[in-house]
Design a protein around this ligand. Structure first.
Ligand code: SAM
Length: 250
């Protein structure tokens, strides 16, 4: 079995490789934001939550989690239990899939909502959020203002359970902050065979002003963080742009 054919396993592997094991810090960061800005919240939808890495930890705490993701294979790897469930759907179709279902909080980690490329579909997605999230919206993106127009990384090498993996990535960034990139991946499987493949991705960074406009006047930007360690956002220095919006009439 090639590790990348088992999407759940592959995703965890990949996440470990690129995320530098920052998951615990990310979850702690989310707890703190929730405690501070939405102390009464219970239900959370994790938009593009993948295998439920954040959701699982939050669901073991005090929250009821729904992982919403377009990949059935990733959702199949979520360990569902009474406070953790999954819904298959795309951001572009969220209104159709979820209708008027409501959640106290929405989170979207790891630059995930930036996979929406179509402007109208993005507007519809945010209109759904604006109408159906009751209290708080946390949107995490990389800080694209720091990125060069063209980039190619050094390879990262990691070994997990007999599988060796080498990954490097490259991208081009347009003046409108559309990032067209790809991961180059080499995997040496436990049977000694080597596979090389390319995983493309295109992402559209959304500046703060646009997020505010998309969510509309019922939503107030209450904080912008630049890192999972809780540091505040600085356009020229921060690695991330994590925006926290709160519904005004809660
Ligand atoms: C970079 S991963 C991040 C996953 C997770 N939030 C995390 O932090 O580990 C992006 C996720 O977004 C999902 N995704 C990508 N495009 C999507 C779309 N249009 N609608 C819903 N999910 C999407 C993918 O299936 C994947 O699980």
């Amino acid at each position: 079995m090639k590790i990348y054919k088992d999407k759940g396993k592959w995703f965890k592997f990949w996440r470990k490789l690129v995320a530098n094991n920052s998951l615990d810090q990310e979850v702690q960061f989310l707890y703190q934001i929730l405690d501070k800005f939405a102390p009464n919240a219970r239900s959370i939808i994790d938009l593009g939550g993948g295998t439920g890495l954040h959701a699982q930890k939050l669901a073991e705490y005090d929250y009821v989690l729904t992982v919403f993701d377009a990949s059935k294979q990733l959702l199949d790897a979520v360990p569902t239990f009474s406070t953790l469930n999954t819904i298959l759907g795309t951001f572009e179709d969220i209104a159709k899939v979820l209708g008027s279902k409501q959640y106290d909080v929405a989170i979207s980690m790891w630059t995930t909502f930036t996979y929406i490329l179509d402007e109208t579909k993005r507007s519809n997605f945010f209109a759904w959020l604006s109408a159906n999230i009751k209290d708080l919206i946390v949107l995490d993106q990389s800080n694209f203002y720091l990125y060069p127009k063209k980039y190619r990384s050094e390879p990262i090498v990691q070994e997990v359970d007999d599988v060796k993996m080498k990954v490097w990535r490259e991208f081009e960034l347009s003046d409108q902050f559309l990032r067209t990139g790809r991961y180059h991946i080499e995997v040496k499987d436990s049977d000694g065979s080597v596979d090389k493949f390319i995983d493309p991705e295109v992402m559209q960074f959304v500046p703060i002003e646009n997020l505010q406009q998309l969510l509309g006047e019922n939503w107030e930007l209450v904080e912008t963080y630049g890192s999972y360690d809780g540091a505040l956002y600085d356009k020229e220095f921060s690695k991330r742009l994590i925006t926290v919006f709160k519904r005004k009439d809660v």
